[in-house]
Structure formats: structure tokens, C-alpha cells
Design a protein around this ligand. Sequence first.
Ligand code: ATP
Ligand code: MG
Length: 330
Amino acid sequence: RPRVLSGIQPTADSFHLGNYLGALRNWVAMQDTHDAFYCVVDLHAITVDHDPKLLRKRSRIAAAQLLAVGIDPARSTLFVQSQVPEHPMLSWILECHTGFGEAGRMTQFKDKSAKNERVSVGLFTYPILQAADILLYRADAVPVGEDQRQHLELSRDLAQRFNTKYGNVFTVPEAHIIKATGTIQDLTEPARKMSKSNSQPAGIIDLLDDPNRIRKKIKSAVTDTGREIVFDPENKPGVSNLLTIYSSLTETSIEELQNRYADSGYGDFKKDLAEIVADFCAPIAQRTKSYLDDTAELDKILLAGAEKAHSVAAHTLARVYRKMGFREPV
Ligand code: ATP
Ligand code: MG
């Protein structure tokens, strides 16, 4: 079985619809076809301001939500990144093989550093830690949203560069991006992606939001001038984003939706979509809550996952160390 690895940051109290439609949906599906490793990347979450207590809580919520959307610990390895020490160890080695200019071209760094007052070196080297996450498990495929394509390219370049210089150790990973979804945009600022750490509450549908809040957010989503419900991301980014959400959640083609709503206004369309999204999120929130009710069991699942992940990661890192001329870690 080919192997898959992906991660998600515990940077908020909930994941959002963009995370689900752009990535998590694929995580769940790939469990059937791949040897899957999924991690809550808490080391990445400290690249922006963070509160230790909150991070600990959010890592648990993140894990509970992954179980709630359908990650099955009997079939997949689910773990929290900080429990496996090899991630930052490999990251350092990869940093020493990354050009400064190469890292400087990453658009996520440019976006996030423009928005934050405090810009850390960690925010700059973030994509290299991400490469370490992936390469440690010699993953063949990485299911991510469109916003991560550039980082995946860097992981591929680093894998190839290392293999060429020292001999074959790493698998060169492929990005698995759901074309039809690409990126879910912010509901109030459809020019920007929906984001855990950058979106305002009104712009983001959290999977754990209560149904009324979800309905309200959909109904007040920014739509565009005119009243036609057509897919035209350039001129009608707001409506197009809602069409993408509607289409992905109901597995109905955009074309069929355009026909169905040809004689309706934005109001009817949003009212229907509000129900669909609320109905989709409610059971996820419920299941998340029940996983969080038994944190002992949750922590047990995560420890078992970390142990499994660690045995793979340690094996890869030992090979890397030998190639580098280091002594093996004790
Ligand atoms: P942050 O704002 O803290 O970076 P995020 O919302 O971007 O949070 P991440 O944890 O960085 O979420 O990414 C988790 C996964 O979700 C990645 O695979 C990413 O590509 C995907 N993703 C994030 N936002 C979207 C979006 N708006 N549409 C589709 N996929 C997304
Ligand atoms: Mg992100």
C-alpha cells in the first residue's frame, strides 16, 4: 500500500469547512487505499503567538475532531507531532539544505508575516518543518488544500536534493489536491481563503459552530452585485464560493445547481445552503464532544499513534544520520 501523510494545525478551537472540504475529506477517503499517517502539527502552531494552556486544549480538540470526521485509529496512525521528537531533528538538517532565497519565495510566509506584528524565524522556516513531517514517513502522497501546493513543491525539491547528494533515503511525495474544491474562500472577504488564524468569526464556518450561528453566517455571507446564481469566480467570488460549498457537500454539479436556482434570488439559495451546512456540521460537533468527554481514552489513542509513528520516524532519521556523517542518536 502506498503511504500517505498529512497534518493540520491546532491553531483554533475548531477546524473550518475549508479544512474539511479542501483536505480532511481526502484524509478520510485515503484510509481505504493507503497506509495513512495523520498528525496534529502542534509544533507548527507556535510559529505565531500562542498560549501554552490553550495549545494543549486545542491539540485535544483537534484530535477529537479528526476522529469525529472519520479518521479511524484502527486503520490509520493518528498522532500529535510534538510527541515524536524526530520532526524538529530532521527539520534542522533540511534547513541546512534550503537556500535562503528559496525559503523567502514562500507565499504563505509573505501573507502571514504581513499580518502579524511579531514575525519569528520559525514562521519563515515553517515549510521546512513541514517537509520533515512528510519525508520522515517516506510518504508517497500528501492530501492538502490548494494553499499548500507551493510547500509541497519545496518538500519534493528537498527530497530530491538530499537523495542526489547522499543517496536514496527519501520518497519524493506527490500532492493530492481536490480540484473541484481547491480553496474555500472567506465568507466576508471572498478574495481571501477561509483561515483558522486569519479569518474573522463571520467569515469562517467552524465545524463546531452551533447550527443557528452557521445559518446566520451563511445568510450574511457577502454575495455580489446582480442577482444571478452563476459560477464566475472572477466577477462573482462570493456566490461562486457558496456554489462550491453547496456542490461539494451535496455532490451535485455546479451546473445542476445553476439550473435549479435559475429563477431564484440569493435569499432562497442561501436559505437552502444554510440548512445543508448546519445539518452537515451538527453530527460532527456532537461526536467531537463525546470524544472529548473521555480524554483518558483519547490520550490513549494518541499515545498508541505516537509510538507507531515514532518507530517509522526513528528508522528514517537513523538512515539520514548515517548519510550525514553523524553518530547515531542514542
Ligand atoms: P492557519 O490559518 O492557522 O494556517 P488553516 O485554516 O490554513 O490554519 P492549516 O492547519 O494550515 O489550516 O491547514 C490544514 C489543511 O487545510 C491543509 O491541507 C490546508 O491546505 C487546508 N486548508 C486550509 N484552509 C483551506 C481553505 N480555505 N480551503 C481549502 N483547504 C484549506
Ligand atoms: Mg494554513
